[in-house]
Design a protein around this ligand. Structure first.
Ligand SMILES: [Zn+2]
Length: 318
């Protein structure tokens, strides 16, 4: 089945690069289409919705170059950088042109600001072609994450179950249900597309090892979907968190986290503190239940309302 998106077209057995137009004067979004000779599902892989989450972008770019049409049954659509200005300018969370978080702008607006127009373009041009959707994130420049993934839990149990089965194919130790419908993943779920938001690394940096692990997560999922052939590689067993806490700063100041992403702790454990410039304690934070740190801010300067720590409660091991 041939693919035609933006100015990019690929016939069975072909791979082509092209650009997806948003608005007439907006940045164009880079695409790679890989069209398998044999029939199969179409998987949309996006990265760079948060443009400085570079490990996701690097892993997607490498996969788009490495996977050839002869390797797959079905199609792959790579949207390589959804937020190009942030990628270029090392801007965390936001689309620089409008200051909005693209991953809270779905399903977007045709005549909205740039974030809303990018979201609208993805929903209109890419979602109708996709049977499955993988959205590759990372900790942003101020964050570190443990490798984990979100699956959409707010769009019906069929989509949640199919997404969860896909999540299990990734070599990541934790998955979490997300009720959000305003991110790319949750919105795709609401369109009936089994979807995942993947997280690995962060801080605006990455190692070769992290990129290779991230690529293997995607390869595992593509093998699970029978798009790629081969054996999934698993080095960790996966558990679900059945509730999560998102601590935000009550005050501005200097943030000193006590633990690291991926650390497990018991209820009442000290998680970090905010001090003022003279070193006086402004606020200390403690875990409310036994948990695991999914991600946390590692940038020192923070303002009121900034995210500090996200942690989850692990389900019982069975
Ligand atoms: Zn992100």
């Amino acid at each position: 089945m041939s693919l035609h998106i933006g100015n990019c077209q690929a016939e069975p057995g072909e791979k082509h690069n092209g650009m997806l137009e948003v608005g007439e004067h907006d940045p164009k979004l880079p695409l790679t289409l890989v069209c398998g000779k044999e029939e199969g599902p179409t998987v949309l892989v996006s990265s760079g919705i948060h443009g400085a989450e570079y490990i996701g972008i690097q892993a997607a770019m490498e996969l788009s170059r490495e996977i050839e049409p002869k390797d797959i049954k079905g199609n792959l659509i790579f949207l390589l950088v959804a937020n190009p200005s942030a990628c270029r300018d090392f801007v965390r969370f936001a689309v620089p042109e409008d200051g909005k978080n693209l991953n809270r702008m779905f399903p977007g607006k045709k005549d909205g600001s740039l974030s809303e127009r990018i979201a609208y373009t993805m929903v209109k041009e890419l979602y109708p072609k996709a049977d499955y959707f993988l959205d590759m994130h990372a900790g942003d420049t101020s964050e570190r994450v443990m490798p984990f993934l979100y699956f959409p839990g707010g769009a019906g149990e069929d989509v949640a179950e199919a997404s969860k089965n896909m999540a299990k194919a990734a070599d990541m130790a934790v998955r979490a249900r997300s009720g959000s419908l305003i991110g790319a993943c949750g919105c795709a779920g609401a369109h009936g597309i089994p979807s995942l938001l993947l997280e690995r690394g962060g801080g605006g940096v990455f190692t070769r090892e992290e990129v290779e692990l991230y690529k293997q997560d995607i390869r595992n999922i593509l093998i699970h979907l029978h798009v790629l052939e081969g054996e999934e590689i698993h080095t960790v067993s996966q558990r679900e968190v059945n509730k999560a806490a998102y601590i935000e700063a009550d005050t501005e100041g200097f943030w000193y986290p006590a633990l690291n992403a991926g650390d497990q702790f018991s209820s009442g454990t000290f998680l970090g503190e905010i001090r003022d410039i003279w070193g006086d304690l402004k606020k200390a934070y403690y875990g409310e239940y036994d948990g695991i740190i999914l991600y946390q801010t590692v940038g020192m300067g923070i303002k009121e309302g900034d995210p500090l720590v996200a942690y989850g409660m692990l389900e019982e091991e069975n």
